[in-house]
Design a protein. Structure first.
Length: 225
């Protein structure tokens, strides 16, 4: 079966991954490249109902109130519905697909709930569950925006103040964000994701500097396909 070229943008909340995802999509559109743009979760679809309950605190008032396997299933169901409804034929035609979050988000946010000696088993289970058992496509390239939880916590608070929106149970738990930051780098090494460091020599890189790096990574990847 012909398979598409699936590129995933990943990072903890507030890492800037959505900004980089949007900037790359806009640049590829200007270059008249044919691709499909996808975001997860799909909050406007029925398949995200349990995700909204989970993040809204209806199932527990902190991330650890729901075990990682249950929470992972909430997100996996939304991805499965998306694939079957929206982009399976596109993928089977061998086309380019860019996503903001994917199975990789479960690795970070749910993997953070495990102790060091348990995480490897969860990460192996996760990819087997979504890719082998559910049949979702494996990513061809994962770009992970690597940043510290302290910087992210500051960004999220600033965003909340600027927009007047409330944070979900992931975003407002500083200790949990710290664990996600640690687990993100661990998952990147475990799965061989491509890390983009958002800080260099103690300085936060600008969105344009990061975009140049991301664009070069994607361009090199596309040249090899």
């Amino acid at each position: 079966m012909v398979k598409g070229n699936l590129i995933v943008f990943e990072g903890i909340d507030g890492s800037g991954k959505s900004t980089q995802f949007n900037m790359l999509c806009e640049r590829l559109e200007k270059e008249a490249r044919d691709f499909r743009r996808i975001r997860f979760p799909r909050y406007d679809k029925p398949s995200s109902a349990l995700i909204k309950m989970y993040l809204g605190g209806e199932l527990g008032d902190n991330p650890n109130a729901i075990n990682a396997y249950a929470a992972s299933s909430f997100y996996a169901v939304d991805r499965y519905a998306s694939f079957m409804q929206d982009w399976s034929e596109y993928y089977k035609r061998g086309e380019l697909i860019l996503t903001d979050r994917y199975t990789t988000s479960n690795a970070i946010h749910q993997g953070a709930k495990f102790s060091d000696d348990e995480r490897g088993g969860f990460l192996e289970w996760l990819y087997n569950y979504e890719f082998d058992l559910l049949g979702l496509p494996r990513p061809d390239l994962v770009i992970y925006m690597n940043i510290s939880a302290d910087i992210v916590a500051r960004r999220l608070l600033s965003r909340q103040n600027d927009t007047g929106t409330s944070r979900d149970i992931h975003e407002k738990d500083a200790d949990y964000l710290r664990q996600c930051s640690i687990l993100g780098k661990h998952a990147a090494d475990f799965y061989n994701w491509h890390c983009v460091d958002c800080v260099k020599d103690g300085r936060e890189l600008s969105v344009d500097e990061l975009h140049d790096t991301v664009y070069d990574i994607v361009l090199n990847h596309l040249a090899q396909k």
